[in-house]
Write a protein that binds this ligand. Structure first.
Ligand code: NCD
Length: 303
């Protein structure tokens, strides 16, 4: 693994190796040492969890970070090309973590620099490190990844975390329920991949009747910033609101996941139920990103 750009590039064995490494880091069985290593965290779009958990992960392993939040203080504002900016930063840092509104930007970055690149979200396309921490959260709560019933709920069109998670889980014999308004359905290229791989899925517009079947309910925010027409956003923004009443009849082991930030699609009353797992999910971002950084920087370390 030289870069982490898309979940499509990772097969089951590589996914399992990252998750296993993250578990050993979290349990303290292995302590990668990144002393002297510098990661450039370049976030052209807003971020709380992804940015700060990458920062935390580097620092927990003795490494250091350079950070950019928005482009307003960089020479991109003077008209410098993204390629020149990235080439320059690659002279200072050992690895680049990039978030951008432009689909394909992380792949592009990996082609113009000689250091590892991690995609921290490229427009509505991919968010592979989120998918890996989602899988890690699923194993922790369900004890396994194989053969689970998973509903993805909300904006499946623009939600990059949903795209990466669907690809990641496809390796583990899932049964999928895709719940979205018709206009926010999962892109057809992803559905085609599922059909080709023989993965069963149902596309629905409501959760009615399926909640008792689920192991995982993965809820996503309607991605306001990706809508061309604000009125269209207004029409769909409240399509699903998960409340304790919606979860009645669920298996006790059902866990509600959400990449966060939430707007109002999961009511705060759900936080007090045993089904809520989204804040622990965010915490899981640290060991998973430690594992990814240590692997890409070639310092897996021993105790
Ligand atoms: C997600 C993202 O940026 O795609 N956030 C995150 O990284 N946890 C989800 C979102 O913004 O809705």
């Amino acid at each position: 693994m030289n870069n982490l750009i898309s979940m499509r590039d990772l097969k089951r064995a590589e996914i399992e190796s990252i998750l296993d490494f993250a578990a050993r880091i979290e349990q303290g069985d292995v302590r990668p040492d990144l002393t002297g290593k510098l990661a450039a965290l370049l976030f052209a779009e807003p971020s709380t969890r992804t940015h700060f958990s990458f920062d935390t992960a580097m620092k927990r392993m003795g490494g250091q970070t350079l950070s950019m939040s928005g482009t307003s203080s960089t020479s991109l504002q003077k008209g410098e090309s993204l390629a020149d900016t990235l080439k320059t930063i690659s002279m200072y840092a050992d690895l680049i973590v990039l978030r951008s509104a432009v689909e394909g930007s992380a792949r592009f970055a990996s082609e113009v620099v000689d250091i590892p690149v991690i995609n921290a979200g490229d427009g509505a396309n991919q968010h592979p490190t989120q998918a890996l921490l989602d899988l890690y959260s699923i194993i922790k709560t369900q004890g396994r990844l194989d053969g689970l019933s998973i509903a993805l709920v909300g904006d499946l069109k623009f939600g990059r975390t949903a795209h990466s998670l669907v690809q990641a889980l496809s390796e583990f014999s899932p049964r999928f329920f895709f719940i979205s308004p018709q206009h926010l359905a999962l892109p057809s290229y992803l559905l085609e991949d599922l059909r080709e791989a023989g993965v069963p899925y149902q596309e629905l517009t409501s959760l009615d009747g399926i909640v008792p079947d689920l192991d995982i309910m993965y809820v996503t925010r309607v991605q306001r910033e990706r809508f061309v027409d604000p009125e269209e956003y207004e029409r769909v923004k409240n399509s699903y609101v998960i409340t304790p009443a919606v979860l009645e009849g669920a298996q006790p082991t059902l866990r509600v996941l959400h990449p966060l930030p939430r707007v109002n699609e999961v009511s705060t009353a759900v936080d007090r139920t045993t089904h809520a797992y989204y804040f622990q999910q965010a915490a899981n971002g640290v060991p998973v990103r430690q594992a990814i950084l240590a692997k890409l920087l070639g310092t897996e370390g021993t105790k």
